[in-house]
Design a protein around this ligand. Sequence first.
Ligand SMILES: Nc1nc2c(ncn2[C@@H]2O[C@H](COP(=O)(O)OP(=O)(O)OP(=O)(O)O)[C@@H](O)[C@H]2O)c(=O)[nH]1
Ligand SMILES: [Mg+2]
Length: 257
Amino acid sequence: MEEIDITLKCIVVGNGEVGKTSLITRFVKGDFTDEYKKTIGTDFLETEFFCESADENVTLHLWDTAGQEVFSTMTRGYYRGSAICVLAFSTVDRASFEAVKKWMGRVEEECGPIPMILMQNKIDLLSDSSEVSLKDGDRLAEELDLPIVRTCVKDERGVRELFDTLVGTYFELKEEQEAAEMIHGKRVIGEEEKETSSEDLSQKSKKTKSADKSKSKPKEKSQEKKTKKKRKVRKDQSTFIDISKSSIPSKQDKCAL
Ligand SMILES: Nc1nc2c(ncn2[C@@H]2O[C@H](COP(=O)(O)OP(=O)(O)OP(=O)(O)O)[C@@H](O)[C@H]2O)c(=O)[nH]1
Ligand SMILES: [Mg+2]
């Protein structure tokens, strides 16, 4: 079978000190440090990744952004062309949790409704009195209609799962969208059959309706639920940016807008 190399640009956003750099470094290099060195502007790492849930190999371009507000104007331009997004917050920082919607809005302004995932990091520090509880996380996930993964980047817990879920969602949505486009295409061709009598057409329409019903009924509910849980995938999201040439978003990057 022909191997199709898909590269996905993944943007990681969230307040300062929530663990964005730690996540990417842990995932790509397997390293972790307790030392905090704030990111200035943006950083970038690339890795090959086998997504088990989608059974697909992908190249991930992971864009690490500064969470400190002072860099926000500078980093927003780098969101463009992102196919997927991690919205990170920390279990021990209420403000980072409350800022999630703001980060989500910024990404959507630049990229549209791309697949996103909530990352509740520093779960090793969870206690009865921690600033963000598991329930808080669940409620936010419900409200934003997004999946959530709890991580402890420090101990490498949840890191692979996070990317597997996010990339898996990307492929599921892509498939759904392609299937929908195919159905739509067939309908258009059907409408152009000028020689068909009106009787034939009504028979056809009945058949289509009953076929649609028999096909979709048993799946209808779960399918509806599935779709609700996911966000749209844009057609051009499986494209890339050759960042080896420049760290500034390229024309190719912009064309995904
Ligand atoms: N206890 C604990 N500490 C963590 C975890 N993940 C990251 N940290 C620590 O949190 C601090 C901040 O991590 P960074 O990854 O630099 O945070 P950031 O989100 O990139 O911050 P900015 O670059 O300022 O936006 C560092 O001291 C890390 O060692 C975790 O899962 N548990
Ligand atoms: Mg950082």
